[in-house]
Design a protein around this ligand. Sequence first.
Ligand SMILES: Cc1cc2nc3c(=O)[nH]c(=O)nc-3n(C[C@H](O)[C@H](O)[C@H](O)COP(=O)(O)OP(=O)(O)OC[C@H]3O[C@@H](n4cnc5c(N)ncnc54)[C@H](O)[C@@H]3O)c2cc1C
Length: 222
Amino acid sequence: MTVELIDSMGDDHSIARAARVSSGTTGTPERNRGLINMLMRDRHGSPFEAVVLQLRVECPIFVAREFLRHRMASYNEVSGRYQEMQPVFYAPDEHRPLRQTGKPGAYHFEAGTPEQHSLTSTAHKSAAGWSWEHYRWLLKEGVAREVARNVLPLNLYTSFYVTLNLRSLLNFLSLRWAHPDSTVPTFPLAEIEDVAMQIDQFARTVAPDAMAAFDKNGRIAP
Ligand SMILES: Cc1cc2nc3c(=O)[nH]c(=O)nc-3n(C[C@H](O)[C@H](O)[C@H](O)COP(=O)(O)OP(=O)(O)OC[C@H]3O[C@@H](n4cnc5c(N)ncnc54)[C@H](O)[C@@H]3O)c2cc1C
């Protein structure tokens, strides 16, 4: 999974300025930090909408499908109708847990056996190779890209821009990273958690005080 920060608008100061609209005052950085923490703690969410990030994400289609469920964001994704897809496929590495235990809503994952890892790798490679061959075959026979792509699997890579404000981003992080500081449990897919970890780092460069307040208050989105 790859995430790039393309653009951003606003920072911690923008959050504090939005919150102080009635008083018209500008606080010191230290007072702003206290204010931001209070806003996060008491879930006064709208000032956090003053910060906006645009990111470019490269990930398999099955991860993008989960990401695009986050509706409070704007998206532009590459089109398999207007361009040929590239043969880039995801296969879990040996660190990806393979065995699912527990119950719906509270699954736990454990490492697979060497045999399970080997089978998983072989099956991913074989399915990707077979489907890619058929994709190319259809294109060669003059079938439109938008039809030929139907044979491609969910582990094919896609890429998209996502533009979202910090409040939405915190909601995404609260749901997609089972962070040790989270006070509300979540059970995200490992691959989207990887994306969330990278986004968290970018958000920290844009609004460090807001992110520190997010951690301090149990990583609950305001
Ligand atoms: C671990 C996990 C498992 C999941 N499993 C499934 C699954 O099995 N099947 C499935 O379909 N989805 C599943 N989801 C997706 C989940 O239901 C949400 O669609 C997704 O996490 C986006 O969250 P959101 O609605 O808070 O985000 P956004 O869509 O970005 O919305 C942000 C916030 O805006 C408000 N909002 C947005 N739209 C509305 C609306 N229409 N009405 C009222 N308020 C709104 C809500 O407060 C919401 O929290 C799963 C998510 C997680 C994290």
